[in-house]
Design a protein around this ligand. Structure first.
Ligand SMILES: [Zn+2]
Ligand SMILES: [Zn+2]
Length: 264
């Protein structure tokens, strides 16, 4: 029970910080916060994601490319160009590392506006000692609390939590589920798995209205990360910077439908 609680908490916290900090803040600037709060959030993201921490800069650049080239050959991770999820993630990892090491230059429009902290993003993230420290910490927890050998099968997921979430969101979110809005890509909303991904799987809503801070648009959709952001905004920790445009039905569509109903 202790191990399962740890696994679920680590899973949800990792995906929350990926959605909240790397995605909605670094890549999209959906909210602002003071420099000290930004540092605290940056550090918390590193501490929670540990061995699988992703550089906000590289994440933002890759993600902005994903929006600009969604489901075309230039998309860094469209499931429609790869035979399986492993090949897609390998390709994404290569592009991520190329940008980190300065091989290949992204277009200027994808640069800037993300938080940078060399001590965390470069020194700690690439330090073998730090990575081994995280791996040792997760393993020690399992050695202390595991009650059955099968539970150790969960350990590798802790080591690679960030890429595991990326694989689920990028593969499922452009392949399985329903669409609320017409968009030029193949993005979908994958409702059953969405709560486990803290709102990240409302890909269709998010691709159509990329700057809307709430990824949910319909009554039955709930975006947990947005709910946390709402509370943070109320408490004055962050300030929401972009308006909510993802609403369903779309005002224009709704007006057209109402007009058609009147005419009938
Ligand atoms: Zn997407
Ligand atoms: Zn996005």
């Amino acid at each position: 029970m202790v191990v399962l609680t740890f696994f679920v908490s680590h899973w949800l916290l990792c995906v929350f910080f990926q959605s909240f900090f790397q995605h909605r803040y670094a890549a999209h600037r959906m909210y602002t916060m003071g420099p000290r709060t930004e540092r605290v959030m940056h550090l918390l993201t590193y501490l929670v994601q540990g061995s699988s921490y992703l550089s906000p800069r590289a994440y933002a650049v890759l993600h902005r490319e994903h929006h600009a080239f969604s489901d075309t050959e230039k998309d860094p991770h469209s499931p429609h160009f790869f035979k399986d999820v492993f090949r897609m993630m390998w390709h994404t990892k290569k592009r991520y590392e190329d940008y980190i090491h300065g091989r290949g230059q992204p277009e200027a429009r994808f640069l800037g506006g993300y938080p940078e902290w060399p001590l965390v993003d470069d020194t700690l993230r690439t330090s073998w000692l730090a990575t081994l420290g995280w791996v040792a910490l997760y393993t020690a927890f399992y050695v202390t609390f595991a009650t059955s050998p099968w539970q150790f099968l969960l350990l590798p997921i802790h080591f690679m939590m960030g890429p595991v979430h990326g694989a689920i969101v990028n593969w499922c979110g452009h392949k399985y589920g329903y669409r609320n809005f017409n968009s030029s890509d193949k993005s979908r909303n994958t409702l059953p798995v969405e709560l486990l991904c803290m709102g990240e799987l409302f890909q269709n809503n998010h691709h159509k209205y990329g700057s809307s801070p709430n990824f949910a648009a319909r009554r039955f959709e709930v975006d947990p990360t947005w709910q946390v952001m709402r509370v943070m905004a109320k408490l004055g920790i962050i300030r929401i910077a972009t308006p909510q445009r993802a609403v369903w039905p779309e005002p224009r569509e709704a007006a057209r439908e109402a007009g058609a109903a009147r005419a009938a």
